[in-house]
Design a protein around this ligand. Structure first.
Ligand code: SF4
Length: 62
């Protein structure tokens, strides 16, 4: 399953990076998925980070 960050919703809190630095990063002040980690959407830790994103900007689909 694919994980992405919607830049329209993200406000760069950094919570996702704090929770899961192996998947998320911050680029130019916004959350992003690290290259090569886009396919980790089924990981419960990724789902947890998505649930706890304060702006619900993390999308898991596929
Ligand atoms: S937790 Fe959500 S709002 Fe905060 S940086 Fe990550 S994607 Fe953006």
């Amino acid at each position: 399953m694919k994980v992405t960050v919607d830049p329209e919703l993200c406000y760069g809190s950094g919570d996702c990076v704090y929770r899961l630095p192996t998947v998320f990063t911050v680029v130019d002040g916004f959350g992003a998925v690290l290259p090569g980690r886009e396919g980790t959407g089924a990981d419960p830790l990724v789902r947890d980070a998505a649930d706890k994103c304060p702006s619900q900007a993390i999308r898991i689909e596929g």
